[in-house]
Write a protein of this length. Structure first.
Length: 83
């Protein structure tokens, strides 16, 4: 699964903004909140949350969460095949 976080320039943001995050199939997977003086917060899958200073940190968090989820799905699939 791949989720691409849109670039945002906090210097030009006047208030708190948000963007819906979608997976490559267009399904809703989370929300991205950002604002000058508020930083950047990412919510994923209704249970993962992180607040960061930079876009790169947010994308790394997203990549890490999706890697764990993908690995869990892969492991489950292998276990079902063995059974």
């Amino acid at each position: 699964m791949r989720i691409k976080l849109p670039e945002t320039d906090l210097k030009s943001v006047q208030s708190l903004g948000s963007i819906e995050l979608k997976d490559e199939g267009g399904g809703h997977v989370g929300q991205y909140f950002f604002g000058k003086g508020h930083g950047r917060t990412v919510f994923l899958f209704g249970k993962y949350k992180g607040t960061f200073k930079t876009h790169a940190e947010c994308q790394a968090f997203i990549d890490g969460v999706t890697a764990v989820i993908d690995d869990n799905r892969s492991s489950r699939s292998k276990e079902e095949t063995k059974a």
